[in-house]
Design a protein around this ligand. Sequence first.
Ligand code: HXC
Ligand code: NAP
Length: 289
Amino acid sequence: MENTTGMLRDDALKGKTIIITGGGTGLGKSMGTYFLQLGANLVITSRKLDVLKQTAAEMEAGTGGRVLAVACDVRKYDEVENVLKLAIEAFGRVDILVNNAAGNFISPTERLSANAFSSIIDIVLKGSVHCSLALGKYWIAEKIPGTILNIITTYAFTGSAYVVPSACAKGGVLAMTRSLAAEWGRHGIRTNAIAPGPFPTKGAWDRLLPGEMMDKFGFKNRVPLKRMGEHQELANLAAFLVSGFSGYINGEVITIDGGEWLQGAGQFNALEMVPAEMWDSIEQATRKA
Ligand code: HXC
Ligand code: NAP
């Protein structure tokens, strides 16, 4: 199937060094693996060094590429600066940043403590700010035409109940994407975003659809295409957006969700529940009117 195989030519990211936050698990791991297949050097970072090291070993064995694993809590700016320093020591320079790390869980907002709200904002919004700031300062000083790719969500633009801290934070990252695209474009720095719909990962599913929630509120039926995303589909889009092949795309957010958010938005979309055999009588009624 085309959507489970790589899309770009083998050398599309050759010689590029890419930092992916949250690169040890889930979508970060899938994107990173594909970037390595396309010739990139990879730096993966998150809080859990044991997970990162295991992923790095798997990635190197599977692709023959080079992976540096560095522990870093993106909420701490000095730790982000340390990742950049170690990446430059290892690979000579850094070309691309993927802000992928996130924290999230479902909860009625009134049940949240102030600290719970802040911890999501700190990981998602401030973490993305910290990484973009550190890389942006470096790229501008060194005259490197870097690229930032932010992984947001579709509710960054629609909002969503029960994940309000995440919606606020992702909305902020979307604003940062467009703002930096305008401000740093003159340095040759491009900033774009991907808004994924449902792509199964353990990290997201354990926190957003725990236990029986999966059966009752699973995503699949909300998507017009009636399926969830394949990780390779996201990796293909991410690789294109960080590669030179998308060199004139700046400040854009690309949704990859099988039409999910529009399904929720269109006033009459729920009519898909109407059984086919009912449409004759409905037609008669509407013609009469
Ligand atoms: C209510 C909760 C809570 C919960 C934590 N808290 N979990 N409150 N319901 N389920 C509260 C804690 O009590 C604490 O507040 C505060 O939040 C911080 O919690 P800690 O456990 O101390 O924080 P920390 O160790 O930093 O962990 C952060 C985390 C955790 C976000 C809570 O889940 C995590 O590490 N997540 C990383 C991975 C992740 O979330 N992946 C999913 C991304 S999915 P108090 O007041 O008690 O101190 C995603 C996709 C969206 O974004 C779209 C999908 C379709
Ligand atoms: P995931 O596997 O849980 O990924 C989140 C990553 O962030 C983990 O590797 C985690 O590693 C890291 N992280 C969390 N807090 C951190 C911190 N303070 N500092 C550094 N790293 C931290 O979930 P995922 O589904 O792959 O999500 C990846 C991205 O896709 C997120 O931005 C998410 O919002 C977005 N997204 C996912 C979906 C989906 O359907 N899966 C849909 C829309 C958007 P540690 O625990 O080791 O720190």
